[in-house]
Ligand binder design. Structure first.
Ligand SMILES: *[C@@H]1O[C@H](CO)[C@@H](O)[C@H](O)[C@H]1NC(C)=O
Ligand SMILES: *[C@@H]1O[C@H](CO)[C@@H](O)[C@H](O)[C@H]1NC(C)=O
Ligand SMILES: *[C@@H]1O[C@H](CO)[C@@H](O)[C@H](O)[C@H]1NC(C)=O
Length: 418
């Protein structure tokens, strides 16, 4: 359908023309010495087109605004005259996890709930967006511009919020999370703004969800040197896989972007629900187990959960500090789904498979009767080849496996905890 000079089309044409004028002005006014000519030319052209629609002061306004690279509410109104819904701007073409996540975050807030996502690199269209992420070359929260690609950008969570520890350069995901995350989580969890849990969840989800996206987008390796193997299933990788293949007929990214939005949204909401409904309540269970540990073994290095499957590692590390546990706890006992018992080693750190004190070397990788015979502990089921977990049919059996390992360590030189 062509847009003839009918009344119906006028507002649309007006917006489009003003827009074009603004871009032209932005581009040219930046070259300063041309400013006057441009002003005259644009004013003249627009007024010739329609003196009624383009009164001089309106044109002057647009051009002056462009000169200041500042978008006032009046200019903004011109942009959105025709569009009641808010607009989130981001770049088009190949999409990445960071801006997809940023868009998902924004859409969870009441003010952007029904926002249109405008994917473009056209500055004029971006200028008309209420908020712009991952494109535009500007970071200016007051004007809701959240790009991280400009040379001058080096912000981290810590640099913008000195009370937080994270030193990873932010991407658009982290930028939006930093500015809107707490409100987003309050909205999604219905926790009150002063609820202590809100801040814990805010930190947790940065550390365990968003920071990784920031790092990958900024090309920051997880560790120095060459990784021992590839991890190709991160959220960022899976979002990447939704882009058109280089040799597929259609290079349209809109469909994939929508899928990516749903993917990151589902995963984020799933993790948030987990941290709120499962991870946070586990803290109390772990605290009780830490406090009761001397009842399990006088050595104080073995603790027991009445029920298995409770996420305990991070809580244990946090609680050891908080409760000033002097001798680090080495083992955790719990019953598994078959009613058998597990003895699991406390890892040396949060992100390592290494154990503080792995189960005896000679037991590793051995099962059932052979293991019982070797260890002299009846009912043994297994010890993992890496030594970080073992099983026995009873609680006593599992505890005995822990005790024997502790004793062996105590007898070895340079150890003597127990
Ligand atoms: C453009 O021209 C108008 C009058 O036509 C004037 O008021 C305005 O200050 C001029 N703007 C610039 C940037 O020169
Ligand atoms: C992105 O959008 C711009 C203008 O909106 C267009 O010229 C360009 O071809 C688009 N690029 C891709 C890769 O879609
Ligand atoms: C290990 O489990 C078996 C089977 O229930 C049991 O007979 C055995 O006593 C347990 N080991 C120890 C040391 O209690």
């Amino acid at each position: 359908m062509t847009c003839g000079p009918t009344l119906k089309c006028v507002p649309h044409r007006l917006a489009a023309l003003m827009l074009r004028a603004r871009v032209l002005a932005t581009n040219l006014v930046q070259t300063k010495y041309l400013a006057d000519t441009v002003n005259t030319t644009i004013s003249g052209t627009l007024q010739k087109l329609s003196p009624k629609l383009f009164p001089a002061q309106r044109i002057a306004f647009v051009i002056n605004a462009a000169g200041r690279r500042h978008m006032s509410s009046e200019a903004k109104r011109l942009c959105v005259d025709n569009m009641a819904a808010k607009k989130i701007g981001t770049h088009n073409g190949t999409f990445h996890c960071d801006e997809v996540l940023a868009c998902f975050f924004l859409r969870q807030l009441p003010e952007y709930k029904n926002a249109e996502i405008v994917r473009t690199r056209d500055p004029a269209q971006l200028a008309c967006c209420d908020i712009v992420v991952d494109v535009g070359g500007e970071f200016d929260p007051q004007r809701h511009r959240y790009d991280h690609h400009q040379r001058t950008f080096a912000e981290t969570f810590h640099s913008l919020r000195p009370d937080k520890p994270w030193l990873t350069k932010l991407s658009s995901a982290g930028l939006v999370y930093l500015h809107f995350g707490r409100r987003l989580l309050a909205q999604l969890t219905q926790l009150k703004d002063d609820d202590k849990r809100l801040e814990i969840l805010f930190d947790k989800l940065y550390e365990n969800f968003v920071e990784e996206v920031d790092a990958i987008d900024n090309g920051i390796s997880q560790c120095d040197g060459e990784a021992r193997y590839a991890i190709s299933t991160t959220l960022s990788a899976r979002v990447g896989h939704l882009n058109p293949r280089w040799n597929s007929k259609s290079q349209d990214t809109e469909e994939g972007f929508k899928k990516a939005l749903a993917l990151v949204g589902d995963e984020f909401l799933d993790r948030l629900d987990f941290y709120k409904s499962s991870w946070l309540p586990a803290r109390q269970v772990v605290e009780e187990a830490v406090n009761e540990r001397y009842k399990v073994d006088p050595c104080g290095q073995v603790m027991e959960f009445s029920q298995g499957g409770c996420p305990w590692k991070e809580h244990l590390f946090a609680l050891e500090k908080e409760l000033q546990v002097e001798t680090p706890i080495k083992y955790v006992l719990y019953s598994d789904q078959n009613g058998h018992w597990r003895v699991q080693c406390v890892p040396a750190g949060l992100n390592t498979f290494q154990s503080r004190l792995p189960l005896l070397e000679e037991w590793r990788g051995i099962r059932d009767d052979a293991l019982s015979e070797l260890s002299g502990i009846e009912g043994c089921i297994f010890v993992h080849a890496a030594g970080f977990i073992g099983g026995n049919k009873t609680r006593e059996g599992a505890l005995e496996m822990a005790r024997r390992t502790l004793q062996a360590a105590a007898n070895a030189p340079a150890n003597g905890d127990c």
